[in-house]
Design a protein around this ligand. Structure first.
Ligand code: NAD
Length: 317
């Protein structure tokens, strides 16, 4: 197999890592979705619709929800907004979800997590119609992922895979780049290590890497010699929630490092699970935080909504 520019840098200290700019790449996803959404709108006589449900006043959740509405509208989707009080009862929330399940104008439903106590997020994610699941977190869709069958995939791991495709490509992002410029990279013969085993990120991440033929290891809080396990990786994904856990001694020179973590430091600044300054010089490609995986998660939610709309309307092209 011909080695990609990024992976072929392994074996020595990379000269200068490729910085995987999630903001710019998310705009490339947006351009792709906007063009397809316009064609779908013509064909079915309405724009794809995304419903966003927010319960309570969590400031971070409010910011994420606003970004999702904005991105969806920029791509030509119609959005529906349900902002419910923190005092919302189980029945009230169930009724809102059911309303969107039955609304023919809605193709994607996003329930912003976490929910305020005592509401349990996983209980309500299960109420979303699997064919309208925008986040790819419904148990049926997680099962379809294990089977390798078509279904909405979880947004964050999907965004990471697109960043990996960028890392393994020769393209330079520009104002005209679309997803058509990226091809799904083969990871045959490559080792991938995912730190984290959550339902939201770690587990689906590992299965998406497996779909590309990587040899995948899940590492987690009970893994002995975490640095040694991670040093095996050609592709290292950190989804932990521990600020700057991943240091230089976790990373094989020339590895691609994808940082999912978003951690707020006592001074209010954001950082990832990777010690960027320490690791970047020996990686071949790396995601910054902020501005890396985060924007891609939003973009993939909108892309999933479009794909649901196409799938549910029998549009294959
Ligand atoms: P989680 O808490 O559900 O899971 C964390 C995982 O890390 C667990 O599986 C645990 O076993 C493992 N872990 C914890 N401490 C560890 C340690 N010291 N060593 C090795 N493994 C350890 O978290 P999550 O929902 O998977 O999120 C992980 C991180 O990703 C968080 O920082 C979260 O904010 C961030 N996140 C970012 C996005 C995005 O869009 N960029 C989306 C979702 C989550």
């Amino acid at each position: 197999m011909k080695l990609s520019p990024a992976l072929s840098a392994g074996g020595g200290v990379a000269r200068s890592p490729k910085i995987l700019d999630g903001k710019t790449l998310s705009r490339a996803v947006g351009r792709t979705v906007a063009a397809e959404a316009a064609a779908v709108t013509k064909r079915i006589g309405r724009a794809p619709g995304l419903a966003v449900i927010l319960v309570g006043e969590n400031p971070a959740s409010k910011t994420y929800v606003a970004a999702k509405h904005k991105f969806a509208k920029e791509c030509g989707l119609v959005t529906f907004d349900s902002h419910l009080p923190a005092s919302t009862t189980k029945q009230e929330l169930a009724d809102v979800i059911e309303g969107y399940n039955n609304n023919e104008l809605v193709d994607g439903i996003l329930l912003q997590l976490p929910l305020p106590a005592p509401l349990d997020g996983s209980e309500f994610v299960r109420m979303i119609a699997p064919t309208k699941d925008a986040d790819g977190l419904h148990p049926m869709n997680q099962g379809l992922l294990l089977q390798g069958a078509p279904a909405p995939r979880p947004c964050t791991p999907l965004g990471v895979m697109t960043m990996l495709d960028l890392a393994l490509s020769n393209i330079t992002l520009s104002d005209t780049t679309t997803l058509a410029d990226l091809s799904p990279a083969s990871l045959a013969g490559k080792k991938a290590v995912v730190i984290g085993r959550s339902q939201l990120v770690g587990k689906p991440m590992g299965f998406l890497l497996l779909e590309r033929n990587a040899t995948v290891t899940f590492a987690h809080s009970k893994t002995p010699d975490l640095p040694g396990v991670c040093r095996e990786a050609d592709v290292l994904v950190a989804a932990v929630g521990v600020p700057r856990l991943v240091k230089r001694d976790f990373v094989k020179p020339g590895a691609i490092v994808l940082d999912v973590g978003i951690n707020r430091l006592p001074d209010g600044k954001l950082c990832g699970d990777v010690d960027y300054e320490d690791v970047a010089p020996i990686s071949s490609a790396i995601t910054p935080v902020p501005g890396g995986v985060g924007p891609m998660t939003v973009a993939m939610l909108i892309s999933n909504t479009l794909q649901n709309c196409k799938r549910n309307n029998g549009i294959t092209a």
